[in-house]
Design a protein around this ligand. Sequence first.
Ligand SMILES: C[S@@+](CC[C@H](N)C(=O)[O-])C[C@H]1O[C@@H](n2cnc3c(N)ncnc32)[C@H](O)[C@@H]1O
Length: 275
Amino acid sequence: MSLIKKISLDYMAIKHDQNFDNLSERFRKNIYDSPKGQIRLNILWRDLLEQIPEIETGGLSILDVGAGQGNFALQLAKKNNQLTLCDLSNNMLLDAQTLFSENKLEKDARFIHAPVQELSEHIAEQYDVVLFHAVLEWLAEPEQALKQLLKFIKPGGYLSLMFYSRTGLIYQNLTRGNFNNILNNSLSGEGKSLTPTNPQDPDDVYRWLKGLKLNTVLKSGVRVFYDGISRERRKQINEEELLELEKRFSRIEPYCSLARYIHVLCQKQDVGFID
Ligand SMILES: C[S@@+](CC[C@H](N)C(=O)[O-])C[C@H]1O[C@@H](n2cnc3c(N)ncnc32)[C@H](O)[C@@H]1O
């Protein structure tokens, strides 16, 4: 079979967005009950704080699309920012609601059970910051979803976009000796796997952002090297040192571009509405 045919078959296989109703437990265990979650939260917080210091003093309106179990949203809500969380998965959203109520912040936040494609039916306002973290790579039509988000960002407001990088995935497969995955072009996860169904080529994402006139103000790699550490060694490493080094190398090339995820913080031009 020719490579082009294989690639188009790969694409055709992604028919729908991944609802996390049946993945919530595995997701929690794999990400937020492990240093992976801490790396994610630390890099995101550092990046946002650097560009938008008001997130610490509060008062910002923030929309978290595909918010999942609400881990990062909670961190922002604790600083008196006004959070709206939405997700396609009811189970994930219920977990987020529980987390907020355990922290006595449920009444200050809004929870919307809807996919990004139907958000306009629920939301009329624009936000200071829109978060779209680890969602793009689970969508059948990621570029369309990005376009749909634009109307929810205030002019001059921010989009914090974190996506699973195809480049990072290829590099990890190569260095682990998983050559078949590369040779067969089978880079998409399936069924109950936490490997995303649609890993994103960073160049595609940067091109879409440019087309939407979203200016990139900073870029970081998330999990630049952690996944390459053996399970045995992981048990011995010091988490503070891990976070310090992940942060340090997250902004340095070529490490940044080889990371599992890329975080791009973009600012919407102050020129009014683009649809
Ligand atoms: C990997 S989780 C990320 C959760 C959270 N943003 C985080 O970083 O912890 C992806 C989430 O996107 C949600 N999702 C998938 N397709 C969606 C869509 N079309 N609209 C809204 N959420 C979607 C899933 O249900 C899941 O909760």
